[in-house]
Structure formats: structure tokens, C-alpha cells
Design a protein around this ligand. Structure first.
Ligand code: IVH
Length: 712
């Protein structure tokens, strides 16, 4: 007799029945999702969908080892996300640099004055306004009509959430008297009261319960079905803009006023301030009101008020020079440190992680926190000076945990009066817990690293996880979990990035086909191979980031990609710079934002035989898109190498360099045969002479300004 397991209560299922049930539920939910996405006739009601999902979760909780690699419970919050089309932002959506204390704020002011060449006594006004803890959204209006709404995404490309944004009351659909093209940027958020109410409803209906208002806002906006967004009480504050056909006003403050007149909600706590003291006073004021505002904020944003000055200050790679976010102090809680575990990262770093008795810190349950490195555990800093008055941290200790914003929680302090008797000094391992290779600490490095390189499975897996992550190759259906699975797969292993791209071919030759495996079918296997093929064509910056080279983060990868333009130019330069000297090396470290530490790490990654072979195998599988140099069409100095010397009187050296680079020029510190132009101010000495000797064209500051179209 066969028993229909779908009717049995989860806790009465045998293991075999549970396995069959999970497979059935996965299939049903997948089908429901697909029907929902394409929106031709959803096959089951929302309530039935939720019930299936809940049953799946319950069974997984009872039989954790049966949880499937393609578990529906990992597809968070019901059917969403994948279905959005992409929108490329006209003007990039950037993030903000942070300030944590009064000193950082004064430094922000000093830095700006220095860049602009202003004295301490010169007036310099700012605006200060709450930093809303939601998600940013860009709204494009043309001829006063809302054309599209896009999330920030990676800053360049966001998700098209127009239909959902139209459901938000605070977002006007039409504007009266607006510039022909107007991109309004701001924050979508949910009030605390609405968040509580939503969670209460979700709980009774068995839906997803959100950790905080920001997650609730994000989950509600990124719904495939705008009808769901309509039912969620989202709000919107406007605080910035992107593309404009004409300027909104002369100052930040007036521009925000203008947005308000046009019908947007702007924050009443926005204030014009005359300098750091007033900024800090307004910060204190906002902090005091924080608990009673009714919505979450996580700091105060300061912006240079004068829009001409903002334009002069411009941007670093991912943040504006003219603004900063002054964050509120972190939230704290005390709990028991149950164990210290060591994780091995993609660069071999041994990172100690505190396993904590779960505790709520600022509304979020925290059960892990970082302990940084061995010195931190021992109670000293990198220079050997005591931290926490020299108190070390031991397993079993009572510790203080804090978290600020999105960052990983940290352990701040330890209460020695509660230390269990017999607690032992923590001995940091000197061998890698994953591959038993020696773990060494180089002089001047705070971190101990596994020397196993590619033989260390932890490093290899972490590298692969990074490779497929968002911002890197971002392959649909190939996330951290799948990579881990394939890494350990005997039939169809993925041991290095190149293996991802040979997967389809190897599968075709294989007897044990992926589609015959547990949790896989013909469709899911084909989908995976297709998703992989879709990423064979990859922009240079993404590839450079994906390689996971130490110190080369997302923005550095972009800088390097823009500098060299093509993959062949990168490899050629790396080969020429392999002895960390010479022209190619100087050229590399001359990139604004690339220091010697990063450059060394980059060059060595390409110079090491095994690593290089692995990179070459990968590159052979890909079509690598060139990255265009910054738009310098019409720029008279694009591609030229320029040297500044002597005193500049109309702008600072930093500004001159940033402007020239913005126009596609390369700014060098010394004159050589490769120099195209020397801009010499009063007091120019040996460089002017050398330029004359070499026959390099030399002009003064005024001529330079008129050359770039900015005399006067
Ligand atoms: S200005 C070019 N103002 O904070 C900079 N951002 O950490 C434009 N945010 O991505 C941002 N409140 O999502 C600005 N009053 C405010 C803000 C704000 C929240 C968010 C925004 C941004 C992030 C940066």
C-alpha cells in the first residue's frame, strides 16, 4: 500500500517520506513561481502558496540534513527579484563616505577647504539632514511625466521598479513646472508603525516576517506583482537628483525647496549650517529626536550647499567629495561568547568569529560577531599597545556586542568579573584548520594567513563564491551554496573559475548527468548552463574584481579597467611590471586610487605561475568587453600626459589633477619624454627646465584654463 505523504503532518513523516515531500514541494513551488512570474494565470492562491512554503519550512526544520540545494525557502519573500528588467542610470547613483565622530566632521571640512583652496576664515555653508534608513530610488521624469523608477543596483545599473513606484502615494506621477528632464533621487522607507503592523499581519498569515523597516521596504518595493506593493505602506523622501535638463537652483538647500514645491516630500529636519560647529549642533538635535521621528534614520548627511562648489569638488570613484554621512553610534548588548571559530577567507586570512548566545542588538538578532584577528583577541593593537585596557577574550566570556548599520557585528568589550573559572587563554592556531598548511603572519600584517594557496579548499571555495557573487559574475542559479556543492562533486567538479565555463561540455560527456541528480532536472540543468553562457561576455572591470585578488575591490577594479581599457592591455602591463619597477610599474601606481600595496598584490597575482595559468584558462573561456575611458569626447587633453608644477593660483593641485583626469588626461608627477604638456605656475623650477630641454610644450595656468574651456 502506498501512503500519500502530502497528507501527513510534518512531525509524523518518516525520513524517506520527508525527502519525497520536500521534492514534491520544491517542484510545486517552482511551478507556482514560474506561473506567477509570467503572470499568465497563477495556478494557486496566495494562501495556498504560503501554506506550501510553510510546510516546506517545517519539514526542513525537522530534517535539516534533507534540505535541498534548490530549497524554496532560500528564495526569500515569495516570488520576486529575478523578474525585473535593468535600467542603466544616466548619472551614476553613488554612496556616501562616513564620519563617526566630531573629529571626522572637522576633517571633512578641512579636506574640502584644502581642495578648494579656501582659508579657515572663508565662509563655507553646508546642509544637514537625516540619513533615512531605507533604499534609494531614482525617478525619471520627462516633460513632467514619470517615465521610470529604478533602484540603485550596483550604482550603474538598477532594477526597473516603475510599476511598483507608481503605487507609492509620495511619488507624484505628473509634475507641473519641472525641467524637461528631471531625475529625482531619494529614499523609499516604511514608518515604524507601518512596519510593526505589516509584521503582525504577515505573522498571522504565515508570510515573511521582516527583520527591520528597511528590509520590509526593500521587500515590498521589489515585488514582481505591483499589487502587493500597493498594499504595503511605503513612503518616499526626495534628497538628491541625477540627470537634469536645467539646474534646479544655486544651492542644495534651494534645490530641495524646489523639489518640495514640485510636490515631493522632503525632510523637515533639513537645515543650512555655517560650519562644523553648527553641523554638530544639528546632529545632536536630530539624534535627540531620533526615537520619536516614527521612521528609522542611521545618521545625518552633510552636503556642501553651493552647487558650483559641489561641481568643482566632484567625485572620488564611488563617493562625492562634497558630502559625508555622519553615522550614529552603534547599538550595544551583552551576551555569552560560546566559542571562537576560525574561518579561512579567499585570500587565506584566518578570521576569528565569535559564536554568541543569540542576543538582540538594535532590533536584530545577532549570533555571530567578528573578532578581527589574534591581536584583537589578545587585547592589543597592531603596534602592541593595549586595547580594552589589555583585557583578552576567552571562550565562555561575557562580551559586549555592537553593530552599526549593515556592518558585521563586532565584539567591543569583555566583563572580567563574569569570566568562568578555569577559562583558558585563547591559543590562535598556527596551522590552517582547513588544509593543515602552516598559517603565517608576515611582518606588519595584522592577519595570519594560510600558506596553502590553491591547495587549501577553503581558499578555493571562498574564491569561487566571490567569483560568482553580485558585482562579480553574478551567475543566476550558481550561488555560494551551489559552488560549494560543485567544488566537492566528484563527477562534475568546479575547482577554479574556468571550470564553471566548461561545465556544460563536461556534463555532455559525462554519464552521470547533472539532470539525473537529486534536486536537478533537465530544465534546471539547462537553465544553469544557459545562465553561465550568458556571462561569458563580461566587462573588464567585473572580471578584474571577480578574480578576488587581495586589495582589489570593486572600485579599484573599475579604476584599473578604465585605465587600461582592455584585457590585453592589462596582461601586457602586468607582465611588464612583474619586477615591481620600471615604466609599466610607475604607470600602474600612478593611477589615482592605486597604491603600492594594491599594485604589488595585483602584479604578483599575474606573475605567479599557477595563479596565472588559472587566470589564462578562465580568460580563454570569455569574451572580455573593453571599458571605455571616461567620456572625454571633445576634450582637448584626452589621452595626454600632463604635469603640473609651481604654484597654481586659481585652483588647488588636487582640483587641477581631478579636473584633468576627468577630461581623460593622465597626470604625472615628473617630466619625461612622454610628457605632452607642462602647466607651470610661478616658482616652477627644475621641471620647467627639463621640459624645455625635452621640447615639451609649457603653458601657464590661464592658458591651461582657457584650453579646457574655463578661463575667467
Ligand atoms: S545623498 C551622491 N542624502 O544613503 C550622494 N543619501 O550611504 C547621494 N541616504 O545611497 C546620496 N538618506 O540611499 C543622501 N539624506 C540623504 C540620505 C541618503 C539616506 C542613503 C542613500 C545613499 C546612502 C549612502
Amino acid at each position: 500500500m502506498t501512503i500519500d505523504s502530502s497528507k501527513i503532518a510534518p512531525d509524523a513523516l518518516t525520513k524517506a517520506q520527508a525527502e519525497a515531500e520536500l521534492s514534491r514541494l520544491s517542484e510545486l513551488l517552482q511551478k507556482a513561481n514560474a506561473a506567477y512570474h509570467t503572470k499568465d494565470a497563477p495556478e494557486i492562491s496566495d494562501a495556498d502558496y504560503d501554506a506550501l512554503k510553510r510546510r516546506n519550512l517545517e519539514i526542513e526544520a525537522l530534517f535539516p540534513d534533507l534540505k535541498r540545494a534548490d530549497s524554496p525557502s532560500d528564495q526569500v519573500g515569495g516570488p520576486l527579484a529575478e523578474g525585473f528588467s535593468k535600467i542603466t542610470h544616466d548619472v551614476r547613483m553613488l554612496s556616501l563616505g562616513n564620519a563617526f565622530d566630531a573629529e571626522d566632521v572637522t576633517e571633512f571640512d578641512t579636506r574640502i577647504r584644502k581642495y578648494l583652496g579656501l582659508d579657515e576664515a572663508d565662509p563655507l555653508a553646508y546642509t544637514a539632514e537625516p540619513k533615512i534608513d531605507g533604499l534609494s530610488l531614482s525617478l525619471r521624469y520627462e516633460q513632467g511625466r514619470l517615465i521610470y523608477a529604478a533602484t540603485r543596483g550596483d550604482g550603474q545599473v538598477g532594477e526597473n521598479v516603475t510599476a511598483n513606484a507608481r503605487m507609492i502615494d509620495d511619488i507624484p506621477q505628473v509634475l507641473d513646472g519641472a525641467p524637461d528632464i528631471l531625475e529625482v533621487r531619494g529614499e523609499v522607507y516604511m514608518s515604524d508603525a507601518d512596519f510593526q503592523a505589516l509584521n503582525a499581519t504577515q505573522e498571522t498569515q504565515g508570510g515573511k516576517v521582516f527583520a527591520n523597516p528597511r528590509n520590509a521596504a526593500a521587500g515590498s518595493l521589489r515585488q514582481i506583482d505591483p499589487e502587493i506593493t500597493r498594499q504595503r505602506p511605503l513612503k518616499f523622501f526626495a534628497y538628491a537628483w541625477g540627470a537634469l535638463s536645467e539646474r534646479l537652483a544655486d544651492t542644495q538647500f534651494a534645490a530641495i525647496e524646489r523639489l518640495k514645491t514640485l510636490g515631493f516630500k522632503t525632510n523637515d529636519l533639513t537645515k543650512r549650517c555655517d560650519g562644523p560647529d553648527e553641523l554638530l549642533a544639528h546632529y545632536a538635535e536630530i539624534e535627540q529626536q531620533r526615537a520619536t521621528l516614527g521612521y528609522d534614520i542611521d545618521g545625518v548627511v552633510y552636503k556642501v550647499d553651493d552647487l558650483d562648489l559641489q561641481a568643482r569638488l566632484g567625485f572620488r570613484s564611488t563617493t562625492p567629495r562634497w558630502a559625508v554621512a555622519h553615522k550614529f553610534a552603534a547599538e550595544l548588548a551583552w551576551t555569552r561568547l560560546e566559542a571562537i571559530e576560525i574561518q579561512v577567507g579567499r585570500t587565506g586570512a584566518l578570521s576569528p568569529v565569535a559564536r554568541l548566545q543569540p542576543v538582540t542588538v538594535g532590533g536584530v538578532v545577532v549570533s555571530n560577531a567578528t573578532l578581527h584577528n589574534e591581536d584583537y583577541i589578545a587585547g592589543r593593537d597592531a603596534k602592541g599597545n593595549p586595547i580594552r585596557d589589555g583585557k583578552d577574550i576567552r571562550e565562555g566570556d561575557w562580551v559586549q556586542v555592537y553593530r552599526a548599520g549593515d556592518v558585521i557585528p563586532k565584539v567591543a568589550d569583555v566583563d572580567l568579573s563574569k569570566r568562568p573559572k578555569g577559562a583558558e587563554l585563547y591559543a590562535f592556531p598556527h596551522v590552517c584548520p582547513e588544509c593543515n598548511s602552516a598559517a603565517l603572519r608576515e611582518e606588519g600584517d595584522a592577519v595570519r594567513r594560510c600558506t596553502g594557496g590553491l591547495i587549501c579548499p577553503a581558499q578555493a571555495v571562498e574564491k569561487l563564491k566571490h567569483f560568482v557573487s553580485r558585482g562579480a559574475f553574478d551567475i543566476e542559479g550558481l550561488g555560494a551554496k551551489q559552488v560549494e556543492m560543485f567544488y566537492h562533486d566528484d563527477q562534475l567538479p568546479i575547482k577554479e573559475p574556468a571550470d564553471i565555463f566548461t561545465l556544460r561540455a563536461r556534463d555532455a560527456e559525462n554519464l552521470s548527468k547533472l539532470q539525473n541528480r537529486d534536486g536537478w532536472g533537465e530544465k534546471s540543468a539547462t537553465n544553469l548552463f544557459d545562465a553561465i553562457d550568458e556571462r561569458r561576455n563580461i566587462p573588464l572591470n567585473k572580471l578584474l574584481f571577480a578574480l578576488g585578488i587581495r586589495h582589489v575591490g570593486e572600485s579599484a577594479a573599475s579604476l584599473i579597467a578604465t585605465h587600461y581599457g582592455s584585457w590585453s592591455a592589462v596582461t601586457e602591463a602586468m607582465d611588464q611590471a612583474s619586477d615591481l619597477a620600471g615604466e609599466a610599474w610607475e604607470d600602474l601606481i600612478g593611477i589615482d586610487g592605486v597604491g603600492t600595496v594594491m599594485a604589488t598584490s595585483l602584479v604578483l597575482a599575474f606573475a605567479q605561475d599557477k595563479e596565472r595559468a588559472s587566470i589564462d584558462r578562465l580568460a580563454a573561456e570569455l569574451t572580455i568587453q573593453d571599458v571605455a575611458k571616461p567620456d572625454s569626447s571633445g576634450s582637448p587633453v584626452a589621452g595626454k600626459t600632463i604635469v603640473f608644477t609651481g604654484t597654481l593660483e586659481k585652483m588647488t593641485r588636487a582640483e587641477a589633477k581631478a579636473r584633468a583626469e576627468g577630461l581623460g588626461a593622465k597626470v604625472s608627477g615628473s617630466v619625461s619624454a612622454k610628457t605632452d604638456l607642462l602647466v607651470a605656475g610661478p616658482g616652477a623650477g627644475s621641471k620647467a627646465k627639463k621640459a624645455a630641454d625635452l621640447g615639451v610644450e609649457t603653458i601657464d595656468e590661464d592658458a591651461w584654463l582657457s584650453l579646457i574651456g574655463d578661463a575667467g
